[in-house]
Design a protein. Structure first.
Length: 74
């Protein structure tokens, strides 16, 4: 069963640059299910999907956070 922590990690691993990914990992590291969620993410297809998305990406996460800066405070 997937947890909220796993889904948050997966979004970060799929879509965020290294700095943002690090902040998400740091923010979630004390959650009870963090270790299991991280293991599940690493054992999944997340790295292949990340590469596929990067190959098709038109805008990066910097653009997204700048575009929605009034509502994204990350």
């Amino acid at each position: 069963m997937r947890s909220l922590t796993h889904n948050q990690l997966r979004v970060a691993l799929l879509h965020f640059n290294a700095a943002r990914m690090g902040r998400v990992l740091n923010a979630l590291r004390n959650h009870a299910r963090f270790g299991a969620a991280l293991a599940m993410a690493f054992e999944s297809d997340v790295w292949q999907k990340r590469a596929d998305l990067a190959a098709r990406r038109v805008r990066d996460d910097d653009w997204l956070f700048e575009k929605f800066s009034d509502s994204c405070h990350v």
